[in-house]
Design a protein around this ligand. Structure first.
Ligand code: ADP
Length: 537
C-alpha cells in the first residue's frame, strides 16, 4: 500500500464534515429563505456521497465495500440533480416550462437509476484496481448515468454563463463567476474518480476539490451582499491562514510547542476577524455613499428642472407685465405734461406717487427679465472699445439729483485721461448705476465716492459710501439671487435682492470679478468690480 493512501479517506472525511457543517449551519440560521433549503439539500447529497466514500475507503471487507459504493452512488446521482435544481432556483428559471420539464426528466432518470442502484446494473461488483483493494466495476447503466451527469454540468454552466453575460448587476455577475468556478473545480475534481472504473490508471486525486466546490457554492449564494472582491480576498486569506495555523497546531510535537502554536492560532483568528470586519465596513460605507450620491444626483436633476420651470414662468409673466406698465408710464407722462388738461396740485401729487410706484414696478420687471435672460443664456453682449469714464459720467449725472434730495453728495473722482476698455456699455452702465443707486439707498448721510483706477491689465471701479455698512456674514452673500442682507433687516428700505446678482453676472461675462467691503455695521461700504481692458477671443 502506498504511503499517500491516507489522502483518499481523509479528503472524503473533510468533504463530509464541510458539507454537513455548512448545510446544518445554513438551515438553522436561514431556514426562512427558499434558496437556503435547496442549498441544504445540495449539501446533504454532497455529504452523503463523501461519508459513503470515506467508509468505502476504510473498510477492510469486500462485501461492505460494495455496500458503501452503492450508497455512494445515491449521493452521486442526486448531487448533480440537486445542484442543477439549485441553479434553476437561483436563476429564477423554475417558472419557465422548458426548464421545469428538463428538471422532471432529470429526476425521472435519477429515480430509475436509484431503483436499479442496488442491482448489478449499476455497480457490478468490486475488484482490485491499482492499490485500491475494492474498486467498483461498472454495470450496464453506469455509462448512461455518466452521460446524464455530464449533461447536467454542461447545462448548469451554460445557464450560469448566460447570466454572467446578461446581468448588469455587479453582485450577480460575481455570483455567477463564483458558481461557475465552483462547478469547474467540481468537474475537475469529480472526473478523476471515473477513469479507474474503466481500468484507466488515473488516481482520484481531485477528491479534495469537492470541499472547495461546496464552499464556493454556499459562499456565492449566501454572501451575495458582500460580493466585493476585497471582502472575498480578505475572507479567503483569513480562512487559508487559519487552516495553515491549525495544521501547524496539529503537527505540534511537544506541549510547549502546542501551547505556543495554539496562541499563534488564536491571534491569527482575532486578526482575521478584525480584518474581515474592517473590509466589510469599508465596502458597506462605500455602498452607502454611492446610494447617497445617486439620490443627491436625482434631487439635483429635479431641482434643476424646477428651477428651469420657474425661469420660464418668470420670463412669460414678466413679458406680459412689461407692456401694460410701459403703456401706463406713457399715460402718466402725458397727464403730467397737461395733454389732457391742467391738473390741480393734489392730483399732481397723486400722479407723482403713481409715477414713482410705476417706475419701481418697471425696474423690478426689468430685473426679472434680466435674470430670466441670464438663466436661459439669452443675454447678448456687444463689446466695443470705449472710454469707460463716459458711462460713469452719465450715471452720476442721472443720480446726483436723487442724492441731493436725500442730502447726500456724489463725488466722482474722474481720471483726467481717457480710460479705454472693451466692454458692453449697457451692461456696465447697469452695474455702475446699481452700485451708486444702492449707495444712495443705503446711506442717510455723507458722500458717495466713485473711483476709477488701473489695476492688473484692467480697470477697477469702486463706489464707497458712509451708509449702513454690513458685517462679515453678508459679504459673501450679497451677490446671490434674492439675497437681502442682515443689515437691511429692520430698515424700511425696499428691495428685491436681485440687483447685485445681475451685476455679478454681467461682470462675470466680462471675465471680471465683483466684491463688497465694509468695516462693519454703520461704517459705510465699498462695492467694486474689476474688468480686463481686453476681452479674450
Ligand atoms: P436690494 O437692494 O434690492 O435689496 P441688491 O442686490 O441691490 O438688492 O443688494 C443686495 C443686498 O446688498 C441689499 O439687500 C443690502 O443688504 C446690501 N447692499 C447693497 N448695497 C449696499 C450698500 N451700499 N450698503 C450696504 N448694504 C448694501
Amino acid at each position: 500500500m502506498e504511503s499517500f493512501f491516507w489522502y483518499f479517506p481523509f479528503s472524503a472525511l473533510i468533504n463530509a464534515i464541510t458539507s454537513v457543517v455548512l448545510g446544518f449551519y445554513l438551515i438553522f440560521t436561514n431556514y426562512q429563505k427558499r434558496i437556503v433549503r435547496y442549498l441544504f439539500y445540495f449539501c446533504l447529497t454532497a455529504a452523503w456521497w463523501s461519508i459513503s466514500y470515506f467508509f468505502w475507503q476504510v473498510t477492510k471487507d469486500g462485501g461492505s465495500a460494495l455496500w458503501w459504493v452503492r450508497l455512494l452512488m445515491f449521493g452521486a446521482i442526486f448531487s448533480s440533480v440537486s445542484y442543477f435544481h439549485l441553479v434553476l432556483v437561483f436563476l429564477n428559471l423554475l417558472q419557465i416550462k422548458l426548464y421545469k420539464n428538463i428538471l422532471v426528466v432529470f429526476y425521472t432518470f435519477a429515480g430509475i437509476f436509484s431503483l436499479l442502484n442496488l442491482t448489478t446494473y449499476f455497480v457490478a461488483g468490486v475488484e482490485q484496481r491499482l492499490f485500491f483493494k475494492f474498486w467498483p466495476i461498472p454495470g450496464k447503466l453506469y455509462t448512461p448515468f455518466l452521460v446524464m451527469f455530464a449533461v447536467q454540468v454542461i447545462l448548469a454552466s451554460v445557464l450560469l454563463f448566460r447570466k454572467f453575460l446578461n446581468t448588469k448587476n455587479k453582485d450577480e455577475k460575481m455570483q455567477s463567476v463564483l458558481l461557475l468556478l465552483g462547478l469547474f473545480v467540481a468537474f475537475i475534481g469529480g472526473s478523476t474518480n471515473y477513469p479507474l472504473w474503466y481500468n484507466i490508471p488515473i488516481l482520484p486525486w481531485g477528491n479534495g476539490l469537492v470541499t472547495i466546490y461546496v464552499v464556493l457554492t454556499v459562499y456565492a449564494i449566501m454572501k451575495y451582499r458582500f460580493m466585493d472582491i476585497r471582502v472575498i480576498f480578505a475572507e479567503l486569506f483569513s480562512g487559508l491562514m487559519m487552516i495553515i495555523f491549525s495544521i501547524d497546531v496539529a503537527l505540534s510535537k511537544t506541549l510547549t510547542e502546542l501551547i505556543f502554536r495554539l496562541f499563534a492560532l488564536l491571534i491569527m483568528i482575532v486578526f482575521g476577524i478584525l480584518l474581515i470586519r474592517s473590509v466589510r465596513k469599508e465596502v458597506r460605507r462605500r455602498e452607502e455613499i454611492t446610494v447617497l450620491a445617486k439620490s443627491l444626483e436625482e434631487a439635483n436633476v429635479s431641482l434643476r428642472k424646477l428651477d428651469q420651470q420657474k425661469t420660464e414662468f418668470l420670463s412669460i409673466a414678466s413679458h406680459q407685465l412689461r407692456t401694460p406698465l410701459s403703456i401706463l408710464n406713457g399715460y402718466i407722462e402725458l397727464l403730467k405734461d397737461g395733454a389732457y388738461g391742467k391738473l390741480r396740485k393734489p392730483a399732481m401729487t397723486v400722479l407723482q406717487n403713481m409715477d414713482e410706484s410705476n417706475g419701481r414696478l418697471i425696474s423690478l420687471v426689468d430685473e426679472f427679465l434680466n435674470i430670466t435672460r441670464i438663466e436661459q443664456g439669452r443675454v447678448r453682449y456687444d463689446f466695443v472699445q470705449k472710454d469707460i469714464r463716459l458711462v460713469v459720467d452719465s450715471v452720476v449725472e442721472e443720480l446726483s439729483g436723487r442724492a441731493e434730495q436725500k442730502g447726500l453728495l456724489v463725488e466722482w473722482k474722474r481720471p483726467v485721461t481717457a480710460v479705454k476698455v472693451f466692454f458692453d456699455e449697457e451692461k456696465i452702465r447697469h452695474v455702475v448705476f446699481n452700485y451708486i443707486d444702492n449707495g444712495i439707498k443705503y446711506s442717510e448721510v455723507g458722500t458717495i465716492v466713485i473711483q476709477l483706477r488701473a489695476d492688473n491689465d484692467g480697470v477697477v471701479l469702486t463706489a464707497k459710501d458712509e451708509g449702513i455698512g454690513f458685517e462679515r456674514i453678508d459679504e459673501v452673500n450679497f451677490f446671490q439671487k434674492f439675497y437681502r442682507g442682515e443689515n437691511v433687516k429692520g430698515t424700511n428700505v425696499n428691495g428685491t435682492g436681485l440687483g447685485l446678482f445681475v451685476c455679478s453676472k454681467f461682470v462675470e461675462a466680462h471675465h471680471g470679478r465683483v466684491w463688497a467691503k465694509s468695516e462693519g455695521l454703520n461704517h459705510g461700504s465699498e462695492f467694486g468690480f474689476w474688468i480686463p481692458y481686453k476681452q479674450k477671443a
